[in-house]
Write a protein that binds this ligand. Structure first.
Ligand code: TTP
Ligand code: MG
Length: 360
């Protein structure tokens, strides 16, 4: 089934920085870095994004702003203006949405379109993609890159392949050639921890992972091991669903052996959160609620949640809350089979009231 679909993934180029350049033409030709205040190199916080010129100096998203300053002191440093980006995003999404009713916005600057019913073949899809790129540029003066493939996984990796203003098509017969040389880190869900564990197994590229024994991966990573193996083989049957249907984000793990040591459970909680937190930051997501799920050896399952008055994207808040919620379920003489952490009550890409000072 999946081979028959034609999916487009659109991702705006250096989104926050490009919007700033559009609003202020004096920025053209200068390295532009959007993020925390660098305070002459003494600032705390991170880079949200930067234009392609500053990337030549080595500046990257999520890098400490102090490091960005060291690499590129001549850059123009701007605080994020989320309201402006939200407006630009809404206009672009409105343009893209007209191309198909199977549309899914992901975060502030990305969308998937299922155009299977709109085009005859991949050549036709390329023509459509070029038309979309031109329309976005003509109307909004912003550039985007597009990837085309038979599922969301391939389309997303393809849009990232050539940037800015790129168009990459990966036909079903070329999936392996395209995927195999890419680093495993490119697979959605493979965060720094998984990357390290995979490296220990000698798995560096998606090709290494695709060829790796699936049962071994399941032993090490549980259900996620099987999912990862499938992704590495270019299989992704997930549908295009409207973004507002994304109600929560999280991860769970089944222990290889049932566990009663709270230290091990807390450490697993930390790892799960480290993995999915990147997704939160990458898509400009914020949450109000932290949820946990705990399953004992006898399959008895409990869930607990805690909601805050504010939105946040802070990893420490998720970690502390998840542990606080899990605590009463530990040390009661029952072994734990599975632990899960999830955030819900989501919103996307608005002003970040980061709750740095709240440590639970
Ligand atoms: P991305 O699409 O990941 O990055 P980008 O659009 O800036 O650059 P690229 O050309 O490589 O696509 O993210 C979209 C926006 O989300 C980005 O402009 C700023 C914000 N963002 C953060 O605030 N922090 C982050 O760590 C990342 C990755 C993005
Ligand atoms: Mg982008």
């Amino acid at each position: 089934m999946s081979d028959k679909r034609i999916i487009l993934h659109i991702d705006l180029d250096a989104f926050f920085a490009s919007v700033e350049e559009r609003e202020n033409p004096e920025l053209k030709g200068k390295p532009v870095i959007v993020g925390a205040n660098p305070k002459n190199g003494q600032g705390r916080g991170v880079v949200s994004t930067c234009n392609y010129l500053s990337r030549e100096f080595g500046v990257r998203s999520a890098m400490p702003i102090s490091k960005a300053w060291r690499l590129c002191p001549q850059g123009v440093y701007l605080r994020p203006n989320f309201e402006l980006y939200e407006k630009a995003s809404a206009k672009i999404m409105e343009i893209l949405r007209k191309y198909t009713d199977k549309f899914e916005q992901v975060g502030i600057d990305e969308a998937f379109l299922d155009v299977s019913d709109k085009v005859k073949d991949y050549e036709d899809a390329m023509e459509l993609a070029n038309k979309m790129k031109r329309e976005v540029f003509n109307k909004e003066k912003l550039t985007c890159s597009v990837g085309i493939g038979s599922n969301k996984l391939i389309a997303k990796l393809a849009s990232d392949y050539k940037k800015p203003y790129g168009l990459t098509v990966v036909k079903p017969e070329n999936v392996r050639r395209f995927l195999y040389p890419l680093p495993v880190r490119k697979l959605i869900g493979v965060g720094p921890k998984t990357e390290i564990k995979l490296k220990e197994l000698g798995v560096k590229t998606i090709g290494d992972l695709a060829k790796f024994n699936k049962e071994t991966l399941i032993k090490i990573f549980g259900k996620w091991g099987a999912e990862m193996h499938q992704l590495a083989n270019g299989i992704d049957n997930s549908d295009i669903t409207e973004a507002h249907e994304i109600k929560s984000v999280g991860r769970e793990v089944t222990f290889e052996k049932d566990v009663d040591d709270p230290e091990i459970i807390f450490s697993a909680i930390n790892d799960l959160i480290d993995e999915f937190h990147e997704e939160i930051i990458g898509s400009g997501m914020q949450f109000k609620t932290v949820n946990i799920k705990i399953r004992y050896e006898n399959f008895e399952t409990h869930t607990r949640a805690k909601s805050f008055e504010f939105y946040s994207n802070d990893k420490v808040i998720i970690k502390n809350t998840a542990k606080q919620l899990a605590q009463p379920f530990l040390n009661i003489g029952k072994k734990v089979r599975l632990i899960g952490v999830r955030i819900s009550g989501l919103k996307f890409g608005e002003s970040q009231k980061i709750l740095k000072d709240i440590r639970l």
